[in-house]
Design a protein around this ligand. Structure first.
Ligand code: SF4
Length: 361
């Protein structure tokens, strides 16, 4: 790893203490700084200045309605073609039964994503939202990545504006942050060239923000991306956030290579997990929340991430499929009590929130 140029460490520290924005060069230096604990301490400073010891969490579940997909992204272990073993479609009834686990929960979140289904018509998606909203009126429906929204616009023969407004009328609460991968043309060309690229992902999130629909942002790291590309990704998110302030949170996602064409790549270390969280906190000065997503980072790393900038611990989750099909060995869900206990045992105060990060207790 490169060492910082003379005076750069002091300058970064001074800027963080004053709440000033870090440059791309400074972000790159932090990615390559050998003293990880120092990087973490800066991120923790920013985090504790805003939130003290508080760590928020949510009672949520994932609903991956189908893994049939018209595309074949290189990092995906989830998608199947119709004639492949392991493909599935959940019926509406089955989804209602799964979601019934949340029936007594106050303002839970249902996180709904799937493949780009080869046969479902556009009307399937608003119908699904409406059914869930009708059955669980207090649930926040965080549904459909920008990639799915783009596909729905194609299916409906309408604009993204129209699709988002139609879905909102049927119950859409916010958009998840998936599909961003790494927002550079090189990664797009190498790993998912048939799927929409970085500009379109940013455009769709910008449209949602303009319509008042909040969204999240992710980065799928730990495959072939460089530190420079990670910085480019963060700066692009920061620029969009400057325009509309529509992002609720940033969630770095550790890539799980098993069962993908990239399976020879190693799973990135815990140190790398917490550095990604810290860089998100330090570079994204206009984002309120940085999330430790334990499903992909591992429980122990998520616990540690609360001292590297993460102020949110996601979540009870329940029945996540996408990462587990890529060999992830974390549990598929957790009770609210064990989540609270884990946060408390790591020295933070658990506070429950809803899908818009409003505090519930
Ligand atoms: S990442 Fe999404 S779009 Fe790509 S193959 Fe997997 S499910 Fe399909």
């Amino acid at each position: 790893m490169a060492t910082m140029v003379t005076g750069q460490r002091e300058q970064i520290e001074s800027k963080v203490q004053q709440g000033l924005r870090l440059s791309s060069e400074e972000g790159l230096a932090l990615y390559q700084e050998p003293d990880l604990e120092w990087v973490g301490s800066l991120a923790n400073l920013v985090r504790e200045r805003r939130y003290g010891k508080r760590t928020t969490y949510i009672v949520n579940m994932h609903l991956n309605y189908s893994n049939l997909c018209t595309l074949s992204c290189m990092f995906c272990a989830f998608a199947r073609k119709r004639d492949q073993p392991g493909g599935y479609e959940m019926s509406l009834q089955e989804m209602l039964e799964r979601v019934s686990i949340l029936k007594d929960a106050r303002e839970p979140e249902i996180h709904i994503v799937g493949g780009l289904h080869p046969d479902y018509p556009y009307e399937y998606y608003p119908k699904l939202l409406a059914l869930l909203r009708q059955t669980y009126p207090t649930a926040h429906l965080k549904a459909f990545t920008a990639v799915e929204i783009d596909y729905f616009a194609l299916l409906a023969g309408r604009s993204v504006d129209w699709v988002l407004q139609d879905l909102r009328e049927h119950g859409l609460g916010s958009l998840p942050g998936g599909g961003a991968e790494v927002l550079t043309d090189r990664i797009h060309q190498k790993l998912y060239r048939d799927k929409m690229g970085p500009d379109r992902w940013l455009e769709i999130h910008g449209i949602a923000h303009r319509l008042g629909i909040r969204t999240s942002a992710t980065m799928l790291y730990g495959h072939i991306e460089t530190d420079e590309e990670r910085v480019e990704h963060l700066v692009k998110l920061r620029q969009l956030q400057d325009q509309h302030a529509g992002f609720l949170a940033y969630i770095p996602l550790r890539f799980h290579p098993d069962n993908t064409p990239l399976k020879k790549l190693p799973l990135r270390s815990g140190d790398e997990v917490v550095r990604q969280v810290a860089l998100g906190r330090l570079m994204l000065d206009n984002f309120d929340h940085v999330k430790a997503y334990w499903i992909m980072s591992g429980l122990e790393n998520a616990r540690r991430a609360q001292f590297f900038g993460a102020d949110d611990f996601d979540g009870t989750v329940v029945d996540e499929r996408i990462t587990h099909m890529a060999g992830c060995d974390t549990p598929v869900g957790m009770t609210e009590e064990s989540l609270q206990q884990m946060i408390r045992e790591s020295g933070r105060d658990p506070v429950r929130r809803n899908g818009l990060y409003e505090i519930l207790n």
